[in-house]
Ligand binder design. Structure first.
Ligand code: GLV
Ligand code: MN
Ligand code: MN
Length: 414
């Protein structure tokens, strides 16, 4: 059976080129949402959309769309999306691969005169990572109606900036109302960012669900005092209390024998001095679980532990919720379409759960969707060592091509 193929040189070249944009003085990739460096990435992406002859649209939350109307203007589009913002000191594949593969699929189909029955759109959603603004996936969340755009634009970032101001400053406060195109179907291609596919020697993952995410910011207040003169029994040590929360979360997750994961990724002490007992500790908690009841149990257990800690250590504790997303089940027929596409290309495929958050989980609120994963070497991501082989990247993009063709011609296997 002969298959059409994407242009692998063009795709891999663009991944490398986008990966070179937004490097800081130390050479680290830091393309935080709506920053100057992200603007450069956005500009380059738009130049490629224009080069491919796509109509470019930007909505009020800064999501970028490249629209190929084909023969099917007026119909609901097939949307392929992901993000081009990054974490701090990122790899080059997270998000960018899915966006650039989406463009590549459209360009391939367009070049060969394919006639889709409906428009095909590639989307780059704003602030998927959530490093600068919480919640993460804010662009796709707003797009799918989960958060009011005016409220989202007022979000204050970790650096004190306001998302709406920053989007306006970099020229990406668009005019389209978020949700202006409701997709017929949504597909997102992404690196796995975990070890499962590589360990099992499977090149393609058909992602059937995505775990729930709970982000909280905890502030613990104690008393600053002299590190040399204050007996341990007389301390209200916010730093020590924070450390107890970190070990509580880790020990609980480890002992649970469930897929629950817990991470404290940010922490700050005040006054942050070697010989002063911390008066304040502020830290984040990232809790995830594919099961909603279990995720709630973990949240409740943390809340109970914080109460106990407050009593035992005499510290004040306050909690702010930064993000909360329930687990998502993707569309079975699209998951099956991915499996069929892999089988037809002679590639092993595994149904799996996504451990990471993705725009697909937001768009699933308004359209049937699913995700395709390719292996991540060593399961490493959110790290410059993030790597997927060219062979796997190209294979994944070709699966995306087949799935989009299947959706565009209405040939959904049942
Ligand atoms: C996004 O990358 C997330 O899962 O935190
Ligand atoms: Mn991502
Ligand atoms: Mn990420």
């Amino acid at each position: 059976m002969s298959h059409r193929s994407i242009d692998s040189t063009r795709l891999l070249g663009r991944i490398a080129e986008l990966g070179a944009i937004g490097r800081d003085a130390e050479g680290r990739l830091v393309r935080l949402a709506a920053s100057d460096s992200e603007k450069l990435g956005r500009d380059r992406f738009i130049s490629w959309l224009e080069e491919a002859g796509l109509e470019v649209a930007v909505d009020r939350i800064g999501n970028i769309f490249g629209i190929w109307n084909g023969m099917g203007g007026g119909e609901k589009p097939i949307m392929i999306g992901s993000h081009i913002d990054t974490v701090i000191n990122a790899g080059i594949y997270d998000g960018c691969y899915g966006v650039l593969a989406g463009l590549e699929v459209i360009q391939t189909l367009k070049d060969e005169g394919f006639e889709p029955s409906r428009p095909i759109v590639v989307a780059a959603f704003t602030n998927e990572e959530g490093v600068r603004y919480a919640p993460d996936m804010i662009g796709s969340l707003v797009y799918s109606g989960g958060l009011d755009v005016a409220e989202a634009l007022e979000t204050v970032g970790t650096d004190g900036t306001v998302l709406g101001d920053e989007l306006a400053r970099i020229g990406y406060a668009g005019s389209h109302a978020p949700g202006f195109m409701i997709p017929h179907a949504y597909v997102e291609l992404h690196i796995e960012q975990g070890p499962v596919l590589e360990r099992q020697g499977v090149p393609v993952g058909a992602v059937e669900n995505l775990q729930g995410i709970s982000w909280q910011k905890v502030t613990i207040d104690g008393d600053a005092n002299h590190a040399g003169t204050t007996p341990i029994s007389m301390r209200r040590d916010a730093g020590y209390a924070a450390a107890r929360v970190i070990t509580f979360l880790r020990d609980r997750a480890k002992a649970s024998n469930t897929p629950t994961v817990a991470t404290v990724g940010c922490i700050a002490f005040e006054p942050n001095a070697i010989n002063v007992i911390p008066s304040r500790a502020t830290f984040t908690v990232d809790l995830r679980d594919p099961d909603e009841d279990r995720l709630q149990e973990e949240e409740n257990a943390l809340a109970a532990f914080l109460e106990l800690l407050s009593a035992e250590e005499g510290v004040g504790v306050s909690v702010e919720r930064l993000a909360r997303f329930e687990p998502v089940k993707f569309d079975q027929s699209i998951v099956h379409l991915i499996e069929v596409a892999a089988r037809d290309r002679g590639l092993a495929c595994k149904r799996m759960t996504s451990g990471a958050g993705h725009d697909a989980q937001m768009i699933a609120r308004i359209a049937p969707g699913a995700m395709i994963f390719v292996p991540s070497r060593g399961g490493i991501s959110h790290n410059p060592k993030e790597f997927t082989s060219d062979t796997d990247l190209v294979a994944g993009a070709n699966i995306l091509l087949d799935v989009v063709c299947g959706l565009a011609t209405g040939e959904l296997p049942r």
